[in-house]
Design a protein around this ligand. Structure first.
Ligand code: CA
Length: 231
């Protein structure tokens, strides 16, 4: 079955060029030139779309608003953000809003294709995981992408959830910051490695109250580990 990509870009020449290249690589491509249009087409084709390639600067709703609306519905479809901007701040807000990857224009088509392959491979691994994990009284349901404590939902952001899931899947192993960065943020993430520390702190703030001992251990000079005893 062909992989379907929703391509959102308002620039005529670029959208037709990208569409052509993607089709040449055997992807099915749905195009949209405005944010509103992208959301409509996404909603109408949700079941078959495997990836969004989304321009940041769009007339009407911009790319960031599109991502936020999709993520608000707890939808984790992979999204690659395209932008002409080159500020780290924007990159962080794009990734924070839930983009999986980020590519700065102008880019080489091969670079985009490589990133698409990485993301699709990554998301395939994720969709195969529908286990439920138990940590004390905390339950992580990978299918529902939800963490609960008893009957209460523990509110985690996309990134916090991914980090927790990754730590659980490697329970007992010490993971370096770089490994966590690759696994959770993706190999193409270009921000600072200390974003890992920031998100570990977020998770601790939200989760430690449910456990007698801190859930995530700091391994000095290495990184972090979710202890074996947290079961
Ligand atoms: Ca644009």
């Amino acid at each position: 079955m062909k992989v379907t990509i929703l391509l959102v870009e308002d620039e005529d020449s670029l959208i037709s060029y990208l569409q052509q290249e993607l089709q040449f690589e055997d992807y099915d491509v749905i195009t949209a030139m405005r944010g509103e249009d992208a959301l409509e087409k996404y909603a109408a084709n949700k079941n078959k779309i495997s990836l969004l390639i989304l321009d940041w600067m769009l007339p009407g709703l911009d790319g960031l608003a599109v991502i936020r609306r999709i993520r608000k519905q707890n939808d984790d479809v992979p999204i690659i953000m395209m932008t002409a901007r080159d500020y780290v701040g924007d990159k962080v807000s794009g990734l924070d809003a839930g983009a999986d990857d980020y590519i700065t224009k102008p880019f080489d088509i091969e670079e985009l294709l490589a990133r698409i392959r990485v993301i699709l491979r990554h998301s395939e691994q994720h969709t195969n995981r529908d286990e439920t994990y138990q940590l004390g009284n905390l339950t992580l349901d990978a299918k529902a992408r939800q963490v609960t404590y008893g009957d209460n939902v523990v509110q985690l952001t996309q990134r916090e959830y991914e980090l927790l899931l990754t730590l659980i899947q490697h329970q007992g192993e010490a993971l370096t910051r770089d490994e966590l960065l690759d696994l959770v943020w993706g190999v193409n993430f270009e921000g600072q490695v200390n974003i890992v520390d920031v998100y570990v702190r977020y998770l601790r703030t939200k989760l430690d109250k449910y456990f007698d001992q801190p859930l995530i251990e700091t391994i000095r000079g290495v990184g972090y580990r979710l202890g074996e005893e947290a079961k």
